[in-house]
Write a new protein. Sequence first.
Length: 133
Amino acid sequence: MKKLIVLLMALPAMGAEVTLVWDAPTPDANNPEETTAAYYEVYRGSQSGVYGTTPLYSGPEATCVLDVPAGYSYFVAFAFNAADKKSEPSNEAVREPESPGAPVNLRIEIGIQAQKEPDGTWRIYTVPPDSGK
């Protein structure tokens, strides 16, 4: 007996590339080793204040480029020192979905039909385009 296995995959919605940039925190002059950022982590969520548990970026640069799904995306960054001590969260950055382009050349079109009646007179009337009349 042969078996047919069908795999169904949901295709993701078209996403976007987002570039995030932030300012490095200023180290405390009295304690630069503990207050200098060694690396950053960026997290994303689909609603404000709720972020995933796995960072989308982890690295020493104060910028990153991320591919994100369509829709709203909310981002937060954290700084870590050389001892892996985590900072307070950054402000939240929001990526709003892009709007489509506006329709152009909006107009009203009226079709005119003429029909000869059995008595020999003509009846003229308007119909919307593509109405089939």
